[in-house]
Write a protein that binds this ligand. Structure first.
Ligand code: PHE
Length: 499
């Protein structure tokens, strides 16, 4: 017969005639009592041993009990002192106490037990010892010294000692083990220790070997290294959520080049070519050939809008307009370039109102890096094309959009953009600092933008900063916490975007 190692050991150590306790077996075998207990129960389940249980009470002296067992109970010491200093009459208390060498709380203990146990009485500050009393018959004192010598003591006096906190009682179950007849037979036939394995294999299952082996126990409480798996960056997670929300609001997604012709980035937006934002220190110009693929008629209409304006009362900039300048390539400073491409019909053909489009894409600006500015960031671009739009539609759209992210305190401030009229900046309140922070820019596209594109109805549009939305959602106040070498890894690891 094959059995786990600990069971083999216990079986060999157990006797058919003399009961042994688990503690005795553990000591004899040099294994932990818990292990022996486990083995004994398994052996009993297999009928190889029998187990009998008795409940045993053990009594232990407390520190105080031990002290009194050695030096005498306080009341006894008081009585002896009273006999020493007096002649059986009443003696002033202070005198007896002084002679007793009792101190601190022991004085009170002595006094409160003195009369109870018949050693005398206490009368207006005087101690009157009882001449017939004798500490030799003190049951409590006798019990304490018996316990100190490891002898057992009768119940009533134990209750008294327990109430004085001089002893504590414990109950424990003592298990005694005897070999059964089957156990004796098994030993005669020979019992071997089974192999211990830590992994169950398919071979062990098919051969049936698993029945004879002992499996090592798992220590489920062992420390294990924390595994930080890869996960999507919270910015990406939030971008995905923004897309879901906008798709849910009926928008379609725009796509387009990160490096684009200035024509789409600025000229279509009625940005004068001498605008400060178009100078070399504000844009990331690329040293690549100019863009060829721009519809000629559109170029003509945009040039004309810049030079002469549109409509009867329109007025252009009258400054020179260079086609080469418009075809030069730079990294886009906003994704409104995509809106221009789509509104012009260049991407998906002529669009009939109503239409709703968005993108959540990267833009590039030659800004100075600080807690709220990055050189590249994500813009949530969007526009709605319809007949008769008003500023209320714009505000309502933002309120609906931001409410999906738990942001309800949105403020609007009049603003200026060369391409929208009216224009509004959007502000939201930072959850930690309470500060109003700018979260976007918006407006209704001007005639000078829409006419050359061939759009005849109203278009409201916006560019919102994804990183700023994140700041409002998660309360961090430095954008570099989520970006770049200074990023807060714990924040990135622990923040989950609720979908
Ligand atoms: N392009 C603007 C910006 O980057 C945002 C905007 C888009 C404003 C469309 C109005 C209309 O700030």
């Amino acid at each position: 017969m094959r059995l786990p190692e600990s069971q083999v050991a216990v079986l060999n150590a157990a006797s058919a005639t003399d009961e042994q306790t688990i503690e005795q077996l553990a000591e004899e075998l040099g294994i932990k009592p818990e292990t022996v207990t486990g083995a004994v129960f398994d052996l009993r389940d297999d009928g190889l041993v029998s187990v009998s249980e008795t409940v045993e009470e053990t009594v232990e002296l407390t520190d105080e009990g031990e002290e009194y067992a050695e030096e005498g109970l306080p009341e006894v010491r008081l009585f002896r002192a009273a006999l020493d200093v007096g002649d059986g009459d009443s003696i002033p208390m202070g005198q007896v106490i002084g002679a007793s060498s009792l101190a601190g709380p022991q004085v009170d203990i002595a006094l409160s037990n003195f009369a109870r146990k018949g050693y005398g009485r206490i009368d207006s500050g005087e101690l009157v010892p009882d001449a017939d009393a004798s500490p030799d018959g003190d049951e409590e004192a006798a019990a304490l010294s018996a316990l100190l010598d490891g002898e057992s003591v009768d119940g009533d006096v134990l209750d008294q000692l327990e109430s004085r906190n001089l002893v504590v009682r414990h109950e424990s179950t003592i298990r005694s083990v005897l070999l059964t007849d089957e156990g004796v037979d098994a030993l005669m036939m020979g019992v071997e220790a089974a192999e211990t394995v830590s992994r169950l294999t398919p071979e062990m299952l098919t051969s049936g070997e698993w029945q004879d082996v002992e499996f090592t126990e798992y220590n489920v409480e062992a420390d294990a290294p924390v595994v930080q798996g890869g996960k999507k960056h919270i910015l990406r997670q939030t971008a995905d959520r923004v897309k879901d929300v906008l798709v849910g609001m009926g928008f379609s997604e725009m796509e387009g080049p990160h490096a684009d012709a200035d024509f789409w980035i600025n000229d279509c937006l009625f940005m004068p070519q001498d605008h400060p934002a178009r100078t070399h220190w504000d844009r990331f110009a690329l040293d690549v050939p100019p863009m060829e693929d721009i519809p000629e008629d559109l170029i003509e209409r945009v040039r004309s809008a810049h030079l002469e304006g549109v409509g009867d009362d329109g007025d252009g900039y009258h400054s020179p307009w260079s086609e080469d300048f418009a075809r030069a390539i730079a990294l886009r400073g906003h994704t409104t370039s995509l809106s221009m491409r789509y509104l012009s019909g260049h991407e998906v053909g002529e669009l009939e109102p109503p239409q709703r489009y968005f993108s959540v894409e990267k833009v590039y600006r030659n800004d100075t890096l600080d807690p709220t500015h990055l050189l590249e960031f994500y813009q949530i671009e969007g526009w709605v094309m319809a007949e008769d739009l008003s500023v209320r539609d714009l505000m309502g759209t933002f309120e609906e959009f931001y409410s999906h992210f738990g942001i309800t305190d949105i403020q609007f401030k009049p603003h200026y953009n060369p391409y929208t009229e009216p224009s509004f900046e959007l502000f939201g309140r930072h959850p930690e600092t309470g500060e109003l922070i700018e979260i976007g820019n918006s407006g209704m596209f001007r005639e000078e933008v829409l006419r050359p594109l061939g759009v005849e109805c109203d278009v409201m549009a916006w560019g919102l900063a994804l990183e700023r939305l994140l700041m409002l959602m998660y309360g961090f106040d430095d954008i570099r916490d989520v970006h770049g070498t200074l990023c807060d890894l714990d924040l990135l690891r622990e923040t989950e975007v609720i979908r």
